[in-house]
Design a protein around this ligand. Structure first.
Ligand SMILES: [Zn+2]
Length: 235
């Protein structure tokens, strides 16, 4: 399940390293100020309130997802991966039905949501928060800022809820996320909510078959990009 106490606060630490290089001002340092430096400037620009990557209502980041907006109280505006690096997928289990997840993530009082929800019966994927934005799902601000959260319908103590259709659809989604942000398809970059530091949640639980899931993620074929071009990193 998703949760982040106090997740609504906006805060960001400044970057020191590039500034230190600039004030150092040596020829060697300046010679290194290429692509990475421009990326940092763009990152700083997107951290200024009011500056955000343009987005279109209803657009999805995963071509096979349907869109249903979460309440704005359950996530915060960002411009990932320009302002925050995305380097994790966090796997959740809802402890409830697909319909319950859609309902509570639309509820401003819930104070939490994931980017995606996957249905047991047919693997239907619903996107509720853009990957550009920080969803409150991991119970850890740093993880929220750099991860994409996926909820799966079902209960941690009911292995029958984890159907082949759900695993398959989720694996395609996770593989697509890994490809779009150049993440290795491994357990360092694909973690359970229970593995997030400080998390007091146990999902996805002991019946989540990580070996099978990782194998499916690694075997997943590329998914066509959404027609809108969405959140594909541009450089
Ligand atoms: Zn969770």
């Amino acid at each position: 399940m998703a949760a982040e106490p106090g997740g609504q606060q906006v805060e960001r630490r400044g970057r020191v390293s590039r500034r230190a290089l600039l004030t150092g001002g040596t020829a060697v340092a300046l010679g290194g100020l290429g692509y990475g430096f421009r990326e940092d400037l763009r990152g700083l620009w997107y951290r200024v309130p009011g500056n955000a990557v343009p987005r279109t209502e209803g657009e999805v980041d995963f071509a096979e997802a349907e869109w249903l907006a979460a309440s704005e109280a359950n996530w915060r505006l960002a411009s990932r991966p320009h302002d925050f690096t995305i380097d994790r997928v966090v796997v959740h289990v809802i402890q409830g039905s697909h319909a319950t997840a859609l309902k509570v993530f639309q509820d401003p009082g819930h104070r939490a949501a994931t980017h995606y929800v996957v249905r047991t019966s047919d693997g239907r994927v619903t996107q509720m928060v853009r990957e550009l934005d920080v969803a409150y799902h991991a119970g850890n601000r740093a993880y929220n800022e750099r991860s994409v959260g996926i909820e799966h319908e079902g209960f941690v103590d009911r292995p029958g809820d984890f159907t082949d259709a759900m695993y398959r659809a989720s694996a395609r989604l996770t593989a697509d996320i890994c490809d779009r942000y150049s993440l290795p398809r491994d357990r360092t970059h694909i973690v359970g909510h229970n593995e997030v530091p400080g998390a007091d949640h146990t999902d996805p639980g002991p019946h989540w078959d990580w070996e099978r899931y990782l194998r499916m993620v690694r075997d997943a074929r590329p998914v066509p990009q959404p027609s809108g071009g969405g959140a594909t990193p541009s450089g």
